[in-house]
Design a protein around this ligand. Structure first.
Ligand SMILES: Nc1ncnc2c1ncn2[C@@H]1O[C@H](COP(=O)(O)OP(=O)(O)O)[C@@H](O)[C@H]1O
Ligand SMILES: [Mg+2]
Length: 327
């Protein structure tokens, strides 16, 4: 029930000339470009960049969820950029024919451009499609082109169809290490399906990162995803385990988001990162400028949350035997 507000008994004047009494529903960053830049600069942590620990050996993570639009690509590119900005060498492999990760990292990916397609289908080495990401030192990317859309079908008749990415990645990682350029993290951005492309990613990785969007249907399909990981584990890659769950597009104003987050934490425990990524306009704008949010608006809440999530990941020790993570 909505009650009428009490009638005002006296006039209230602004306390000072600067306090106009105007309600600040919008944040100052929305007002003018200069205000936005100033607000962002004020929030950027000062001082020398902190370096995060490099893992003892390369960690390969598959970012998977067969649902579309849950934040797989957004999380892949922003976590990759956050790690690279803290002294960790990172490779992103775009395994989605949409090529969204390639777009966000400004890596050329027109049809016919050397890409992960030639690697999977023609057996080309990964290095032939490797690009350094200009805006983020220490970050490299293997792009996906639309050619990859046919790969699910083309792979069916090929030898070792489930392990073609793993074979190519092993060669690349060995060569990089021999050249003194070891990759510390590899993040594989998957398409929204559990087909042969995603299976290739599961076979190539030892960890699975599942982004979960905090909304009503979030948990639907999660059982199927976890069962698939277990199937791969028992038949194709005993090292594979779900090591990380990231809550995305968290809207703190809704009770539903909190309920979903509680449910996920109750079920998956410490595998869920403490940091949840809030819904943020800056996060969704960044790809249209071919950027990650970490370079597009480093002081925004989205950028700061991805930094926190990446920091947690870098500081976790993952035991290969269990694949589980401890902080
Ligand atoms: N934290 C966020 N705040 C606002 N929009 C987001 C956020 N994370 C992702 N998005 C937007 O949601 C859409 C789907 O995200 P995306 O990462 O492409 O999902 P997926 O790769 O799982 O299909 C994109 O338009 C993206 O910009
Ligand atoms: Mg995607």
């Amino acid at each position: 029930m909505i009650e009428d507000p009490p009638a005002p008994t006296e006039m209230v004047y602004p306390l000072s000339p600067t306090d106009s009494g105007v309600s600040r529903e919008t944040t100052p960053e929305d007002e003018t470009p200069i205000a936005a830049a100033a607000a962002a600069a004020a929030r950027i942590p000062r001082g020398p960049t902190e370096m995060w620990p490099r893992p003892v050996s390369t960690r390969v993570l598959t970012v998977a969820n067969q649902k579309g639009g849950v934040g797989k690509t957004t999380s892949t590119v922003n976590i990759a950029a956050a790690l690279a900005l803290h002294g960790i060498r990172v490779l992103v492999i775009d395994l989605d024919p949409q090529g969204n990760a390639s777009t966000a990292l400004a890596v050329p990916h027109h049809a016919g451009e050397p890409s992960v397609y030639e690697v999977l289908v023609n057996g080309q080495p990964l290095v032939s499609a490797l690009h350094e990401v200009e805006a983020v030192p220490g970050l490299a990317c293997i792009p996906a082109t639309i050619d990859l859309a046919g790969a699910e079908i083309e792979l069916v008749s090929l030898v070792a169809r489930e392990s073609r990415l793993q074979r190519a990645l092993t060669v690349l990682l060995q060569e990089a290490e021999a050249a003194g350029q070891r990759f510390d993290f590899v993040l594989i951005d998957c398409p929204p399906s559990l087909g042969l492309l995603t299976i290739n990613a599961f076979v190539a990785a030892s960890e699975v990162l599942i982004p979960i969007q905090c909304e009503y249907y979030a948990l639907e399909g999660l059982g199927q995803l976890v069962r698939n990981v277990e199937l791969i584990q028992s038949h194709l890659n005993p090292d594979l385990a779900v090591s990380t769950i990231l809550l995305t597009m968290y809207d703190g104003r809704t009770r539903l988001a909190a309920q979903v987050a509680d449910e996920v934490r109750e079920h998956f425990g410490s595998v869920v990162l403490a940091t949840a990524i809030p819904r943020s306009v800056r996060v969704s704008e960044a790809p249209s400028y071919s950027q990650t949010v970490l370079t597009y608006d480093p002081g925004s809440s989205g950028a700061l949350s991805y930094l926190e999530a990446a920091r947690e990941m870098a500081h976790r020790v993952v035991s290969p035997a269990e694949g589980g993570a401890t902080a």
